[in-house]
Design a protein around this ligand. Structure first.
Ligand code: ADP
Ligand code: F6P
Length: 467
């Protein structure tokens, strides 16, 4: 079997069962590498005065991680700059927050070249190379210029924006043309794939030759939609763990006679937290009879703190959460809990399991794994209700959630009322359909479909697990 070389900006395999959560992408990639012997290559998260290209090799949780340190200026121009001040806001339809700066562009290209120069000597002739996310779009181009001829695939974890949004990016053609150096490019949903195809058709003399085969820039590229899932089997185990059970009991004890509403997100402006808070505030204003019956817990660890837009959203959310409690709290009770820290995955499973409502309302999201984790953690005999943004990639698969427009606090407030009033038979019916999808389209299926397509062997999705 070919080795799999996975490349992503961040390399953080979980080191043991249920330890601190490392995010959706990391969990998915660690699962892929345990199956195919291979290497996970990327940035160490550390900086040095002068770039050396020296590799740090570590075995973490059954995965070989090979990382490099970057310079402070790389961090500034590539990670904080082009990746998180230019591409992230633009791809999430926040052109108003996007910064266009040629220094960021240069830093992005420089780091992609550094990745390629360090990675190329590790590659063996029949390795498959799988590159992840918007930090590394031009990596295949750099590898090809160094003579790498292997099959190289790219998966975009975030949305691909509409054509009219994409063309706001200076030198957008160069960026997209570089994607034609991959053999296969994967998106989270058919909608993002279609937006990519529309761009190529309009801007690069493109045409869809047949489904999944795109011509553009005078070249041919395979494209496809590969919706990512969670590690459903592993999560099911975690839900039954003693830590998850303890956390569920603790949360149940702090919400006696009340229903828990939970949100879990990185503190990011794309997650719709402000609108969600306003929705909860409206719910409290409009439903005085229900005020004492709920507790909303929003867990949001800080993220990308060096970027101003993230500092600003944090300050606004701090103030809004204070306002909601100031307005509605009583001496013995407060409606809202705002927590900015990380939890272990088994603890999160326990928190989800205790919540009558999972509130997942990003303004835009490539997929959103929290929605799937919430569903996987529910008690089949008395499950909670998922309220999900129609603008999360997950909404394509999770039609039995209560789908809302996350821009409308009124819709969020209405959905909260409906979720809290929902009778058990309807909750069980909706949850059953959601859970079936979470199991069937899990991370193992995602990995096998992508790697199968990249290696030219198509793989059938696995049947649902029986729990
Ligand atoms: P994104 O990749 O944009 O952060 P996802 O919803 O796809 O969004 O994935 C987020 C992942 O990070 C999930 O696996 C979730 O469990 C994890 N996560 C989010 N917040 C926390 C937290 N406070 N503690 C631990 N893990 C978290
Ligand atoms: O899922 C999108 C993503 O940007 C991943 O690429 C990344 O690992 C995760 O969110 C967390 O972001 P960051 O690595 O910037 O902390």
């Amino acid at each position: 079997m070919s080795r799999l070389i996975v490349v992503s900006n961040r390399v953080n395999p979980p080191s043991s069962d249920g330890e601190e959560s490392v995010g959706g992408l990391a969990m998915a990639l660690a699962a892929s590498l345990r199956e195919y012997s291979g290497v996970w290559f990327g940035w160490s998260g550390k900086t040095v005065d002068t770039f050396t290209g020296e590799l740090n090799i570590e075995e973490i949780g059954g995965v070989t991680a090979a990382t490099i340190d970057l310079e402070e200026i790389d961090l500034e121009e590539y990670y904080n700059g082009y990746a998180n001040k230019t591409l992230w806001p633009l791809f999430h339809y926040r052109n108003d927050l996007a910064a266009f700066d040629r220094a960021y562009d240069k830093g992005y290209m420089r780091v992609n070249r550094r990745f390629a120069e360090t990675l190329a000597p590790l590659i063996r002739p029949d390795d498959l190379i799988w590159v992840h996310d918007y930090h590394l779009i031009p990596l295949a181009r750099e590898l090809r210029s160094l003579g790498v001829k292997n099959r190289i695939g790219f998966f975009l974890h975030i949305p691909w924006p509409a054509h009219q949004v994409m063309i706001n990016l200076p030198r957008h053609r160069q960026l997209v043309e570089a994607m034609f150096d991959y053999d296969l490019v994967g998106f989270q949903t058919g909608e993002y794939q279609q937006a990519f195809e529309e761009y190529v058709i309009s801007e690069a003399e493109g045409a869809v030759m047949r489904p999944g085969c795109l011509k553009g820039f005078g070249r041919i590229l395979e494209v496809g939609a590969f919706p990512i899932g969670i590690d459903a089997a592993d999560f099911a185990r975690m839900v039954k763990s003693s830590r998850a059970r303890r956390m569920r009991d603790l949360m149940t004890a702090c919400t006696v006679f009340r229903h828990l509403i939970v949100g879990v997100d990185r503190l990011d402006y794309s997650k719709g937290l402000e609108e969600r808070f306003l929705g909860f505030e409206q719910f409290l204003q409009r439903n005085p009879d229900l005020r004492r019956e709920v507790l909303m817990l929003q867990i949001a660890p800080v993220s990308r703190e060096a970027v101003e837009a993230y500092q600003e959203i944090r300050a606004r959310l701090d103030s809004l959460s204070g306002r909601i409690n100031g307005e509605f709290a009583d001496v013995d009770w407060a409606p809202f809990r705002w927590v900015n820290r990380n939890y272990r995955r088994d603890e999160l499973a326990g928190i989800y399991g205790a919540a009558r409502v999972g509130l997942v309302t990003p303004l835009r999201d490539g997929m959103n794994l929290v929605a799937k984790e919430y569903v996987a953690a529910q008690n089949p005999d008395d499950p909670g209700v998922l309220i999900l943004s129609r603008f999360a990639g997950a909404a394509r698969q999770m039609r039995d959630a209560l789908l809302v427009n996350p821009n409308s606090p009124e819709e969020v407030a209405d959905a909260l009322r409906r979720a809290l009033a929902m009778e058990k038979p309807e909750r069980i019916r909706r949850w059953g359909a959601l859970f079936d999808n979470v199991q069937r389209e899990d991370v193992v299926g995602w990995r096998d479909e992508f790697v199968g397509a990249l290696s030219g062997k198509s793989v059938k999705m696995r049947p649902a697990l029986v729990v």
